[in-house]
Ligand binder design. Sequence first.
Ligand code: FE2
Length: 504
Amino acid sequence: MTRPFPLTAALLALTLGCSYGEADKFRVIWNKTPESCATIGWCQVDGDPVGVRFIELDSQREGVGEIAERGLDHVTSHLDIDSYFVRLTGLKPDTLYQFQVLDSNHENDALTFRTAPAGAGEFSFVAGGDSRNHRDARQRANRTVALLQPLFVCFGGDMINRSSEGEWRDWLDDWQLTRSSDGHMVPIIAARGNHEGKHDIHAFFDTPNPDDYYAVQFGGDYLRVYTLNSNITRAGSQGQWLAQDLAANEGSHWKIAHYHHPFYPHQSGKREQHAQYNAWAPLFFKHGVELAVECDSHVVKRTWPLRPSTEPGSEMGFIRDDQNGTTFIGEGCWGAPLRANDDDKVWTRASGSFNQVNWIQVTPEKLTTRTVKVDSIDDVTGAIDPADPFKIPEGLEIWEPESGAAVTVLPLGDREIPIITARLKLIATEDQATGGTAVRMERAGGRVGEDYQIRYTLDGGEPVATSDLYTRPVPVGAAVRVRAALFRGAEIVTEPVEIEIGGE
Ligand SMILES: [Fe+2]
């Protein structure tokens, strides 16, 4: 048994609130397989970076085996901030490691992190984003992470307001508040928002792809976390990668996505992201993504499980489907200016406007997501019980909307439900035979199978299963109101659309 290197420097620095030795702005980053890999990132106050030494700790926090050392793997210089990275590999799963950044002349803080379990583990993670502008709220949210001690954090972008050296230095310093009092660091999985520069996330978090979309695989085929980039083309190479990766990982028990822009924000001033919906929503449904974390609007929302649809009862291309749908949560309140939640949909489960992070507990049977109000975090008297880490600490303020404090998400198995995202277009055209007016009816903007039919009326009445079947442009002599809808057999599957046409 080996004594680990002392924690004194870390404890002293945290207690005194002073700078953290000669290296600072520490990050533990996950971007691949967190049961065996972790990237340590940091900046130097002075001195030259050398690498990292690390050792496994047992349950008594005693060192096990030999202390290992590893030199620098990667250096980035961005916005006048130099970041140094050591990519640790070959780690043991579900194991506490102590590490210390080595430089030319100082004894830096001894910190710890834990690797992910090898199989179907039980753990929690925190997800959220939008920490720009208000440092006090951001710091409270960071202290919430320190209190909850999740396995990792999914951060969905807009860390900073302007992509500048000063703002990033502040953010990286504030991130140290996610450390617990005994120097434990929570790994981050970082996504890009619209306030980051194109290279920020890649430079500061050593993401595996300069375009910042990638997947992190937990526990073999247990959980796959998709980090997507809503600030570049959603279809294109990103969409192709997502389709291929989801198809190649069908066996993953849980699939979770996080990214910056919501498909359809709960803030009326925010733009609807139709292209993102078209590129990603059918994939989420087809491959059973159970949970999606969205950001950007600075409001709070949670939806019922949703599948893409234009059926009656749908809104913005989604309909509630408790058995088969993706649950969406969000939308980013980690310190950004709060906005009004003034754009609920029929499928909104609850919405609000307050500073918060999402706390998600993962077991093989279910995901349980709660919204933690962070403004009162400094009044919390309790702490996470390591023996019962899902127990809510005494005094922690959990949002309790009418629909319930906790959202339970169940695994999505194989499904044979058609995706209906098609809309109908009615177009006035010329009748080839008479030169008069005719109406052409087309499917647009989506997909349907072969067994779908268009039925219509010419008197403004509701199309039903016995209405005329559309086969070719319909001549209209007098002025009429045409109404049409898509059917599968006797079942109407889209809202009717209409056009007034004809007559002179
Ligand atoms: Fe944003």
